[in-house]
Design a binder for this molecule. Structure first.
Ligand code: SAM
Length: 351
């Protein structure tokens, strides 16, 4: 079969963009760690000025700025030799506490890629690789990847879609945040609902240690508690709200987790399930966001599920039908999709 030159050129163009993004990823993380984006966002600078502003080496900064400009992450004005950031670049790259923070996603991706040799081997053997076996940038980057979306949506957009829940949280409710990681969602809920108490749990001890620190730093330690426990064993009953944020699909046994959630809920309690945005079939997910999730999934979600007993490995693109099935198999009778963003689907699940 003859190669179609136009199609080949188009495909190579795509490869060049992809390789450019991959090779730039390390520099995005360097910019994040050294505060380079934040410093440039304060005003245009030559490489010398940015190096001075950030107490870094001029030669490295020169190369970094050129690479950033080539990728469109900063602007370059050849007439003046100045580099600068537009409002939009600064909005997306310079504020770790904003509703969008792109460098955090690169920390997550590079953290996951550090396990490439081990994952390659796991492809051969089918062995699992647990979340706790990855580089710490995986759980710290995961926080940075999801937290902006939780800041933007959890309290203003997601909680109000759950029948009767917001009023309970305002007066004082019992909340469990299961698979809470380093506690981004736990802290957001504690800050928004000071009369409620929140129990965060995760099987990963290092994440729980960091979650305790995050809660203390945010001044919400007295109304949060954390335990190292799996979704199948977390303690407490009579919860008004149990939440699982971007973790149900990671579990080897989401069904027993769902059963445990059910028995931990108060009779009129609600299970808030937040999962990655996904359609029900692979064809639905052949999108830019689906690509991100499938690739995280084969490095993180599927290996983690395979490292646990249970026989499930839903993957990060499980879709509504699979999540609904787990809830139904666990005996929940009411299941409703209540909200969505480009990265998340939100479900209300009730006994
Ligand atoms: C993608 S992270 C999400 C973390 C956090 N909920 C968030 O949204 O930032 C998945 C989390 O699920 C946790 N996890 C995986 N299997 C688990 C299990 N069986 N029980 C409890 N947590 C689990 C991992 O340790 C990890 O913190």
């Amino acid at each position: 079969m003859a190669v179609d030159q136009n199609k080949l050129t188009e495909f190579i163009g795509r490869f060049v963009a992809d390789l450019g993004a991959t090779s730039a990823a390390g520099n995005v993380v360097v910019g994040h760690r050294l505060g380079l984006y934040r410093a440039l966002a304060t005003g245009p600078a030559t490489p010398e000025q940015l190096a001075e502003r950030t107490e870094t080496d001029r030669r490295y900064i020169t190369e970094w700025l050129r690479g950033q400009a080539a990728g469109g992450y900063v602007d370059y004005q050849p007439a003046t030799g100045l580099y600068a950031m537009t409002e939009e670049q600064a909005f997306a790259l310079a504020n770790p506490d904003g509703p969008i923070y792109l460098p955090g996603a690169f920390v997550f991706a590079l953290g996951a890629l550090r396990a490439e040799r081990r994952i390659t081997e796991a492809f051969r053997t089918g062995a699992g690789v647990g979340w706790h076996e990855h580089d710490s940038d995986v759980y710290i980057g995961c926080e940075q990847f999801f937290r902006p979306g939780y800041i933007a949506n959890l309290v203003p957009n997601w909680i109000p879609t759950l029948a009767g829940v917001e009023a309970k949280l305002r007066t004082g409710a019992r909340i469990a945040d299961v698979g809470c990681g380093v506690g981004a969602s736990t802290v957001i809920l504690a800050e928004a609902f000071p009369h409620s108490t929140i129990s965060g749990s995760d099987y990963h001890d290092a994440s729980i240690e960091l979650a305790r620190k995050r809660a203390a730093d945010a001044g919400v330690a007295e109304r949060t508690s954390f335990e190292v426990a799996s979704a199948q064993t977390f303690t407490g009953t009579n919860y008004d709200l149990v939440a699982t944020f971007d973790c149900l699909h990671d579990m080897g046994d989401p069904l027993s987790a769902a059963r445990h959630v059910r028995q931990a809920l108060a009779t009129d309690g609600t299970w808030l399930v937040v999962e990655p945005y996904a359609g029900d079939t692979p064809a639905d997910n052949l999108t830019p966001v689906g690509r991100i999730y499938y690739n995280f999934s084969s490095f993180l979600c599927v290996p983690n599920a395979l490292s646990q007993p249970g026989g499930y490995a839903l993957g990060a693109q499980a879709g509504e039908a699979a999540i609904r099935q787990v809830a139904a198999d666990a005996g929940f009778t009411r299941f409703r999709r209540t909200a969505e963003t480009p990265f998340n689907l939100v479900y209300e699940v009730r006994p």
